[in-house]
Ligand binder design. Structure first.
Ligand SMILES: *Cc1c(COP(=O)(O)O)cnc(C)c1O
Length: 374
């Protein structure tokens, strides 16, 4: 029997904060004392550091990952009558922005082993109205960007990468978000590079598109108090910028720790009947925002409860695929139409995953999963 039944959270960022508290407090106090809270050197400096990290020409900081995606669609003038292909097995923000600009999200199914877009299905869904594809590097795992870019090129489509869960992941040696036309990032606290509040950023190598996004995120202002188009207010606060710039220096180290935890989970759990562990495509390196297993035979809820009784808290991302959400009823998708996503939504369970998860805690997770599931 297990001795300690101390509860392990699915996610915890208090320990991480403790390791950088002195640096972060000093930087935040400096901003407070400076009197400059919006824009200026703190934000410019973070944008430069984030662009350099991704080896891209431009980074634009904004208020959230959702805004980053919205600004990307606006920059390409995607709107009414346009279609954007994406996955239904993601957070609502990915498709919400497509609807927000007046375009139509077209959902295609995912691959059962990577949980990411099935590229054959993407190809089959392209119509003359298709303007863009939004691949999501879900749970930190990169999409096959070589194949996706090839497909997009053939059909002259824009690629907007949703990197909200995958900051630091690579495909073919390149950082995700630097491969498509635009990369969109979130700094929501649970992401791999998480701030102390909301935040987001856009990466691109296209200077014209970058300039356009800077205008739209600043109320559509072309020159001071002159507006050529309707924009929004989407800014990253100076306080978030200095915190994120500190955390960016630790990101590779934290991602390496997530990778080590994932390897251990894989080593001990991949042979257990009754569950399926996640597969990584060769060609990419994921950053494990989540370690998400599938619990088979309709036993997820019962087994999650048992895991919880043994101190192991899990999460379900996502319990209902987007094509079946009430808000998208008008799009006319039917139950059974995107079967892999529908099955995954009934089976997926994310195990505790954060860089500071100790070996002892990992052992407790592994022990509990083996005990409950086999
Ligand atoms: C978190 C997330 C977003 C949105 O980011 P916010 O910063 O919360 O707006 C978009 N897409 C995916 C896949 C996400 O996980």
């Amino acid at each position: 029997m297990i001795q300690s039944v101390k509860s392990i959270p699915a996610f915890d960022n208090k320990q991480q904060y403790a390791t950088i508290e002195a640096e972060v407090s000093a930087a935040v106090l400096e901003v407070l004392a400076s009197g400059r809270y919006i824009g200026g050197p703190a934000v410019n400096s973070f944008e430069q550091a984030f662009a350099a990290y991704h080896d891209v020409a431009e980074c634009i900081a904004c208020n959230s990952g959702t805004d980053a995606l919205y600004l990307a669609l606006r920059a390409f003038d995607i709107g009414a009558e346009d279609e954007v292909i994406t996955t239904p097995f993601t957070f609502i923000a990915t498709s919400e922005v497509v609807s927000a600009v007046g375009a139509k999200p077209v959902f295609v199914d995912v691959d059962a082993s990577t949980y990411n877009l099935n590229l054959q299905q993407v190809a089959a869904a392209i119509t003359p109205k298709t303007k863009a594809i939004i691949p999501v590097h879900l749970f930190g795992q990169p999409v096959d960007m070589t194949a996706l870019m090839e497909l997009a090129k053939q059909h002259n489509l824009k690629v907007i990468e949703d990197c909200a869960q995958s900051t630091g992941a690579t495909w073919d040696g390149k950082k995700v978000g630097s491969i498509g036309d635009i990369g969109c990032f979130s700094f929501y606290p649970t992401k791999n590079l998480g701030g102390c509040g909301d935040g987001g950023a856009i990466a691109t190598n296209n200077p014209e598109i970058a300039a356009r996004m800077r205008v739209i995120k600043n109320h559509g202002q072309s020159n001071q108090y002159h507006y050529n188009e309707i924009g929004v207010n989407s800014r990253l606060d100076c306080i978030q910028a200095v915190i994120l710039q500190i955390k960016l220096r630790y990101l590779d180290n934290w991602n390496a720790k997530r990778k080590a935890i994932a390897s251990r989970y894989h080593h001990f759990l991949s042979q257990i009947p009754g569950i399926i562990t996640p597969q990584e495509l060769t060609g990419g390196e994921g950053v494990w925002n989540q370690y998400t297993i599938r619990i088979l035979d309709g036993k997820r809820e019962e087994q999650r409860k048992k895991l919880q009784d043994m101190g192991v808290n899990t999460m379900v991302y996502y319990p209902m695929p987007l094509h079946l959400q009430p808000v998208y009823q008008e799009l006319g998708y039917k139950l059974g139409q995107l079967l892999v996503s529908e099955e995954l939504s009934k089976e997926v369970t994310s195990l505790p995953m954060f860089p500071e998860l100790s070996e002892e805690q990992q052992d407790q997770v592994i022990y509990a999963v083996k005990e409950v599931i086999s």
